[in-house]
Ligand binder design. Structure first.
Ligand code: SF4
Length: 390
C-alpha cells in the first residue's frame, strides 16, 4: 500500500493552490470528489436527529457528551428528558450532583455526567454562560477532548474543526486500507480527517462522516454498494473491508467475584452507601460489598467487607440474586445476599455517605446499572418475603 495520507494531502494542496486543475492526482484521493459525494449522500440520506435541529451550543454539547460512548437510539430519550429537566447551562450548573447523576442513570460512564456538571459551572463562572468558541478554551473544559471539541465547534458554530470518534476512525481506516490498528496511527488519521473536512460546510461534512460510519460503514457487514465513497475506498477495492480496521490483540477481560450485602434493619430499611467521587461510578449509590478473596466464602467476604467498610456486624442470610456485568476493562459477578443488621452504627469508612432507606425511597437515588438489577430483584421478592433474613 502506498502512503495514502500523503496522497490525500497532496491532492488537497493541489486543489487549493490551483483551483482550475482537477482536485486529484495520480497517487492520492480526489478530495473535492470525496467531499461532494459525501455531502450529496448526506443531503439525501442523513439522519434526522433531535440535536441536529438545534444550533444551541448547550444542546449540541450535551448530545456530543452523551454520544461519546453510547448509541444514538439509547441517547435520544435521555437527551430529550435532559433538556426538559436542565433546559439551560445555568439550570444545570445550579443543580445538585445527585440530581444530575439520577438523570444520567443507565447511560453508563458516569464521569461524563460529573464532568458535564462541572463544565456547566465553569461555563457560567468563567465564560458568562456562553460555550467558548475558541478551540483551546473548549478543550480546557472537563470531559472535552479533541474530537468532542471538534464536534461541538463544527456543529454549533460551523467551524472547520476535524473529528475522530470511533466511527470516523473506522471509515478513514478503510478508506486508506490502514495496515495497523487505528490506535497506532492516530496522527495520520487526524491529518486525513482535517484534510478531507470541507472548509465551506464543516458542520454538514462532519455530521455526514459520522452518519457514514454509523449507517453504512458499520463494524460488521458494511454496505459498500450504497456507499458514496466506494470508488475511492482502498479497503473496498482490495476486498479488505471486513478485515479493516485491524484490531488490537486482547486477552480475556479480568473477572472479579464480588460479595454484596442488602442489609436490613428492624424498620425494614436497607443500608446503601455513596461511592467516593474519584474513580469508577464515583458519586453513585450502591449496595455495600467487595471482592471475594481466594479461599474465602461469599458469606465470609460479605461479613468482612461490611465490617471493614462500614464498621458494623451483620448476619448473612439467603442469596437474593447473582448479577453478571461487564465494564470496559473487566467483568464482575455480584453475589448478592440478604443480610440482617446486628450491631454498630454504620460509618462511611470507605465511602462518602451511608443511608438507611425504604424500598420505596431507594428509587430517588442514582445507582449503577448492575445495582438497578438488584433493586428490581428486591421489588420482585418484597411481596413474597415477609422477613428477608432468618
Ligand atoms: S466502500 Fe465500504 S468500506 Fe469503504 S468507506 Fe464505504 S462502506 Fe466503508
Amino acid at each position: 500500500m502506498g502512503d495514502a495520507a500523503t496522497g490525500i494531502a497532496a491532492a488537497a494542496s493541489d486543489s487549493s493552490s490551483s483551483p482550475t486543475r482537477p482536485a486529484s492526482d495520480s497517487s492520492g484521493f480526489a478530495v473535492s470528489a470525496l467531499r461532494q459525494a459525501l455531502l450529496a449522500w448526506y443531503a439525501a440520506c442523513g439522519r434526522d436527529l433531535p440535536w441536529r435541529r438545534s444550533r444551541d451550543p448547550y444542546a449540541v454539547w450535551i448530545s456530543e457528551i452523551m454520544l461519546q460512548q453510547t448509541q444514538v437510539k439509547t441517547v435520544i430519550p435521555y437527551y430529550e428528558r435532559w433538556l426538559q429537566q436542565f433546559p439551560t447551562v445555568e439550570v444545570l450548573a445550579a443543580a445538585d450532583q445527585q440530581t444530575v447523576l439520577k438523570a444520567w442513570e443507565g447511560l453508563g460512564y458516569y464521569a461524563r455526567a460529573r464532568n458535564l456538571h462541572r463544565t456547566a459551572q465553569a461555563i457560567v463562572q468563567r465564560h458568562g454562560g456562553q460555550f467558548p468558541q475558541q478551540f483551546d478554551q473548549a478543550m480546557a473544559l472537563p470531559g472535552i477532548g479533541r474530537t468532542t471539541a471538534g464536534g461541538i465547534l463544527s456543529a454549533a458554530f460551523n467551524q472547520p474543526t476535524p473529528i475522530l470518534d470511533g466511527n470516523v476512525k473506522r471509515v478513514l481506516a478503510r478508506l486508506l486500507a490502514l495496515e495497523v490498528p487505528p490506535s497506532q496511527a492516530l496522527d495520520r488519521l487526524w491529518q486525513i480527517s482535517e484534510t478531507l473536512l470541507d472548509p465551506q460546510q464543516p458542520r454538514d461534512f462532519n455530521q455526514a462522516l459520522m452518519d457514514l460510519g454509523a449507517t453504512l460503514c458499520t463494524r460488521h457487514n458494511p454496505a459498500c454498494l450504497l456507499c458514496p465513497w466506494r470508488e475511492h475506498c482502498r479497503a473496498y477495492s482490495l476486498n479488505l473491508q471486513s478485515e479493516i480496521p485491524m484490531t488490537e490483540s486482547r486477552g480475556p477481560l479480568p473477572h472479579k467475584q464480588i460479595g454484596v450485602a442488602v442489609i436490613w434493619n428492624e424498620q425494614r430499611q436497607i443500608l446503601i452507601d455513596r461511592r467516593r467521587q474519584e474513580g469508577l461510578l464515583g458519586g453513585l449509590w450502591e449496595f455495600p460489598g467487595g471482592k471475594i478473596e481466594p479461599n474465602e466464602t461469599v458469606t465470609d467476604c460479605i461479613r468482612r467487607e461490611i465490617m471493614e467498610e462500614l464498621g458494623i456486624e451483620i448476619e448473612v442470610g439467603e442469596r437474593l440474586i447473582v448479577v453478571e456485568h461487564a465494564y470496559t476493562h473487566f467483568r464482575v459477578t455480584l453475589n448478592v445476599h440478604h443480610c440482617r443488621h446486628l450491631s454498630g452504627e454504620p460509618q462511611p469508612i470507605e465511602c462518602d455517605e451511608v443511608k438507611w432507606v425504604t424500598l420505596d425511597e431507594i428509587e430517588q437515588y442514582p445507582f449503577p446499572k448492575a445495582n438497578v438489577v438488584i433493586i428490581e430483584a428486591l421489588k420482585d421478592s418484597a411481596a413474597s418475603v415477609e422477613s428477608p433474613v432468618g
